[in-house]
Write a protein that binds this ligand. Structure first.
Ligand code: G1P
Length: 356
């Protein structure tokens, strides 16, 4: 088999993560203070794939390009490929055809996180030489995913987001293909949501008698498309961190595994890990609880924050306890002492606020 190329999908509109995605690509939302997308690039590098194409959308492409650069810091060469319309995953593979040529490739959805990387899968793919290799995992809500049906260990039927799923085996957003997937993608019609679905292209391979090898994922997998999934991904990654203290601690107590990055300053506070406090953050008279990722330059004072993600530059001041929250960049949440006493908001489109 020729060397594999990589294709990471970092387009799409991210509607399920609005308002964050009004101003930023969903693939750049950080998990444990690192953009989700970077985990995919690192997985490619670890598996020895050095030519990686990244599909970008017109709205967020520049931001993605700026964040990931030429790939040299990951040890890969990145090529950016513009997909003008979010016309589906199979359409993205077709858009990348000039880059991919006739090479086999790994297609990785840039908002997916897969524990344990893809090295073993690349080995299985190159040794068994199927036409495609798909990853499956049982989920409680298969209607939200592509769903596969197996018979005697072979893939027989695939449906994209069925209303009445016949199995609970979801298609994980990491796929391995030989170049025959391009013809399959050309042969299918857009789905009800108007997209060329990769699920349908794989069904086409099955119908054409091609060999599609299923692999059941053993570790955890997360599609970070929704808030709860994002928080779950943050939990899973924070569970793997090791203590590292580079900031300044004054009268502050740390419990469990905590990362304090350069220039962060914690005063009269308590942090219970696993948690990460980003570079230059200021924490004063506060408590940060488990499974919290505080971004660069954030400020927390007189407040308790747990099980949350704060993007760079955000502030939480003089508040009770905030939990299970995702704050975008430069968001300010705090008590307002002006009269009359009232909630005062300035909130972007599609925001969600919960008040006890
Ligand atoms: C996409 C695929 C779906 C797959 C999922 C995995 O769904 O269409 O088959 O199960 O990714 O994350 P989307 O995120 O585009 O709704």
């Amino acid at each position: 088999m020729q060397p594999l190329k990589g294709l990471i999908l970092s387009g799409g509109k991210g509607t399920r993560l609005r308002p964050i995605t009004h101003t930023s690509a969903k693939q750049l939302v950080p998990v444990a203070n690192k953009p989700v997308l970077f985990y995919a690039i690192e997985a490619m590098a670890q598996a020895g794939i050095d030519q990686v194409g990244i599909i970008i959308a017109p709205e967020t492409g520049d931001e993605v390009r700026y964040a990931a650069g030429d790939g040299s810091r990951f040890g890969v060469r990145l090529t950016y490929i513009l997909q003008e319309q979010p016309a589906g995953l199979a359409h993205a593979a077709l858009t990348a055809e000039p880059f991919l040529g006739d090479s086999p490739f790994v297609m990785y959805l840039g908002d997916n996180l897969l524990q344990g990387g893809i090295e073993d899968l690349v080995v299985a793919f190159t040794e068994h030489e199927p036409d495609a290799l798909i990853l499956l995992t049982p989920v409680p809500d298969p209607e939200n995913y592509g769903v596969a049906e197996l018979s005697d260990g072979a893939v027989v039927h695939l449906v994209e987001k069925p209303s009445a799923p016949r199995t609970d085996l979801a298609l994980v957003g990491v796929y391995m293909f030989t170049s025959c997937v391009h013809d399959a993608a050309r042969a299918i019609e857009p789905s009800a949501r108007g997209e060329l679905e990769i699920t349908d292209a794989i069904q086409r391979l099955v119908d054409d008698g091609r060999r599609v090898e299923p692999h059941i994922v053993k570790g955890w997998w997360k599609d970070t498309g929704r808030l709860d999934d994002m928080l779950a991904a943050n939990r899973l990654v924070l569970d793997t961190i090791q203590t590292r203290l580079e900031g300044e601690l004054i009268d502050t107590q740390l419990d469990g595994r905590v990362v304090i990055e350069r220039g962060a300053r914690l005063e009269r506070s308590a942090v219970r890990g696993p948690a990460i406090i980003g570079a230059g953050a200021r924490l004063t008279d506060c408590y940060v609880g488990p499974y919290t990722a505080v971004g660069e330059g954030c400020e927390i004072s007189g407040a308790e924050v747990e099980h949350s993600i704060l993007l760079a530059g955000s502030a939480v001041r003089d508040l009770g306890r905030m939990e299970s929250s995702l704050l975008g960049r430069n968001v300010k949440v705090g008590r307002d002492r002006r009269q009359p006493r009232a909630y005062r908001f300035m909130v972007g489109d599609n925001s969600e606020i919960g008040i006890p």
